[in-house]
Design a protein around this ligand. Structure first.
Ligand code: E4P
Length: 217
């Protein structure tokens, strides 16, 4: 399973990239706004930091304008994946991007039929928003399972990228449901290393080791 970081904060990203466990990055207009920096500059910097896919989202809503924006974003670095909203216009653009060999991540997916259309349009990634569906009163993770079954039934290559992840349990459930990737906010990513019993156990081991008076080196 590929673990992506959902951030446009380069300082935070650098810190987690140092673990060697970040496979890629996703951004969205909200995250770019939060960074307070010019989008193309941030995307180019992120692409220098990670070898894997870096999603950069178009802001246009009409397919021709999306294509123009997406081509510009894709020219920033070879690992840019153009993020396109799951609308009729968006999927028209995805079809064309696919013909041009430009990678796409279809975002704001909230239903299985939407995911089916995105795969048929040739999307490289589909981003079902698990947390926002939970907020809406649905069970977001069910959507990941439904899309997995549909894509497997028809051998679609589109990768399922679990998005809007809110906690470690979402990561576990997405992995069990067969998501190919998950994009994780930095605070949730950092929490994945931790368990209270790991900390407690380590404290005990270190205390007992100190009593031995030994040194390994
Ligand atoms: C995915 O690509 C989105 O950037 C992100 O996961 C949205 O998450 P949110 O619902 O926490 O804003």
């Amino acid at each position: 399973m590929q673990l992506l970081l959902d951030t446009a904060d380069v300082i935070v990203l650098k810190d987690l990239v140092a673990t060697g466990l970040v496979d890629g990055v996703t951004t969205n207009p909200t995250l770019i706004a939060k960074s307070g920096r010019p989008m193309l500059e941030v995307i180019a910097e992120i692409c220098d930091l990670v070898e894997g896919p870096v999603s950069a989202e178009v802001a246009a809503t009409e397919s021709q304008a999306m294509l123009a924006e997406g081509r510009k974003l894709a020219s920033a670095a070879s690992n840019v994946v153009v993020k396109v909203p799951l609308t009729r216009e968006g999927l028209i653009a995805v079809r064309q991007f696919s013909a041009e060999g430009i990678q796409t991540n279809v975002t704001l997916c909230f239903s299985a039929p939407q995911a089916l259309l995105a795969a048929k349009a040739g999307a490289n990634y589909i981003s079902p928003f698990v947390g926002r569906l939970d907020d809406h009163g649905a069970v977001g993770m069910d959507l990941i399972s439904e899309i997995r079954a549909i894509y497997d039934n028809y051998d679609f290559d589109t990768e399922i990228l679990a998005a809007s992840i809110r906690n470690g349990s979402h990561v576990t459930q997405a992995a069990i449901a067969g998501a190919d990737c998950a994009t994780i906010p930095p605070d949730v990513f950092a929490s994945l290393f931790k368990h209270p019993l790991t900390e407690k156990g380590l404290d005990q081991f270190l205390a007992d080791w100190a009593k031995t008076g030994q040194s390994i080196l």
